[in-house]
Design a protein around this ligand. Structure first.
Ligand code: FAD
Length: 447
């Protein structure tokens, strides 16, 4: 139908050097870099500039996390409407900033849903756009468990929960991954009774085991009920607007009743743009398949960010975009995709870069640790919970760093720089750190 319509109604054909589909942190940042490098770029966005990250992900959750921390520290009363208004203001400010960036000479922003016509042509509405190279940066969407009641009233995703104007008295979160635990921590501080139901034996299965366990114990201490090894079987929506989450733990059935159920079981690549095409882009369950240059099976078409399923983080999307662009321009880079730092904005925070202790299998790793409770700055900040752990190979080369505690998300970058430069534990020990700072924990771990 659309195909026939468009054959008749297509009015314009715009050509540029590069078409980018999706204006999240992958797409919009790459568009700006490409324009600065002298390319003409058509950037197509269906919903909102900034993508998931700015509108429904990183930034809004961190606004809520900050308000929740503030509430706890100041023992303030919660006005969630004001919190949401503040969050919306920050999001708007950042989205307006991107709108300004889109005025960079060389970028044409097109609003609408992109569809492939052929391997060099994209249609948006009645118009067509052609380019030599294309980058797909269409991101991801929330997953739902394939169970009865998954879409019933009372079940929300991370997008809807951001705009609740009253904190539910009972919140059940399905999934103890990063998104699930961030919301658990936020709503615990907002005063909700929070239960997390996690299928795996431990929360955050992709993070350092030691750290994940300690975070779970810490969140439990704060009153969050965490049920691990528990698979949700069905969700029933009762007449009084209460949801009943039925799960199974070691063969036994259990029930969690909640006013709101958050489905936080991960995100799935948004691949529909290639699913009905005949241009031969290969994709699988994780997303569009790419090589180390983010090239798909059709060499002039690249896929970056959540849509390729390699690493669902905003900065990964941005740097994958940079790699793709460098490849298009024939430029070399030294981006290390094995050293992508990540942070979990729970209270306390977690942060990681590189290998986990359990990933080092060919020899026994050297492990160095220090603790917040022995750090003067941490004590002065009333933040004595947590630790910093450095994993090294036999020669002392730093392979991974994992931090739980105050400002972990900032502290991780010292390790990221060191590891990018191939640094060793003895070099780290010789680096002077200002006193009194949390960063001294690096030095303390070495000595
Ligand atoms: P997206 O940001 O998803 O952008 C894709 C864009 O493509 C969207 O705007 C979409 O409308 C558009 N699009 C899709 N299909 C089409 C089409 N056919 N035509 C035109 N446009 C299209 N990451 C972090 O690094 N740190 C965090 O703290 C963090 N917190 C998060 C919290 C939550 C609740 C969520 C959900 C995610 C969080 N993430 C975080 C993950 C982060 O948001 C994503 O990794 C990041 O947004 C991926 O960027 P992207 O450019 O690949 O895709």
């Amino acid at each position: 139908m659309l195909q026939d319509d468009c054959d008749i109604k297509t009015k314009f054909m715009t050509t540029s050097d590069l078409i980018i589909i999706g204006a999240g942190p992958g797409g919009y940042e790459t568009a700006v870099e490409a324009a600065k490098a002298g390319l003409t770029v058509t950037l197509i966005e269906a919903k909102h500039l900034g993508g998931t990250c700015l509108n429904e992900g990183c930034i809004p959750t961190k606004c809520l996390a900050h308000s929740a921390e503030h509430l706890r520290e100041e023992k303030d009363t919660l006005d969630l409407t004001k919190v949401v208004e503040h969050k919306n203001k920050i999001v708007k400010q950042l989205v307006d900033g991107i709108a300004m960036l889109m005025k960079t000479p060389g970028i044409s922003l097109v609003e609408g849903e992109a569809r492939f016509v052929d391997a060099h042509t994209i249609r948006v509405g009645n118009e067509e756009y052609q380019a030599k190279d294309l980058i797909i940066a269409t991101g991801s969407v929330s997953k739902f468990l394939p169970i009865e009641g998954a879409h019933s009233a009372g079940v929300v995703t991370s997008t809807e929960i951001l705009n609740l104007t009253t904190a539910p008295s009972r919140l059940c979160i399905i999934g103890g991954g990063v998104i699930g635990l961030e919301f658990a921590s936020i709503f615990n501080q907002f005063g909700s009774e929070v239960t997390v139901v996690e299928f795996c034996k431990e929360v955050l299965p992709n993070l350092d085991k030691d750290m994940a366990k300690r975070l779970r114990l810490s969140l439990k201490k704060k009153g969050i009920n965490i049920l691990t090894d528990s698979g949700v079987k069905r969700i029933e929506h009762l007449e009084n607007d209460v949801s009943k989450v039925v799960y199974e733990n070691k063969g036994k059935e259990g029930i969690v009743e909640a006013d709101v159920v958050l489905m936080a079981v991960g995100r799935t690549a948004r691949t529909e743009i290639v699913e009905d095409n005949t241009i031969g882009i290969t994709y699988g369950k994780r997303g569009i398949e790419v090589d180390e240059n983010m090239q798909t099976s059709v060499p002039h078409i690249y896929a970056i960010g959540d849509v390729n399923g390699l690493c669902q983080l905003a900065h990964a999307a941005t740097f994958q975009g940079r790699r793709a662009l460098n490849h298009i321009l024939g430029r070399k880079d030294n981006i290390r995709f094995d050293l992508i730092p990540s942070a979990v904005f729970t209270s306390p925070q977690l942060a990681s870069v590189g290998l986990r202790e359990e990933d080092v299998t060919e020899h026994k790793p050297l492990v160095y640790k220090s603790f917040y409770r022995a750090n003067g700055r941490a004590l002065s900040m009333d933040a004595d919970e947590g630790f910093l752990k450095i994993v090294c190979n036999e020669e002392g080369r730093v392979l991974g760093v994992h931090i739980m505690g105050e400002q972990a998300s900032e502290l991780i970058h010292e390790a990221t720089v060191l590891m990018n430069l191939g640094g060793t534990i003895s070099q780290l020990g010789d680096i002077i750190h200002a006193h009194p700072t949390l960063s001294e924990m690096y030095r303390a771990a070495v000595s």
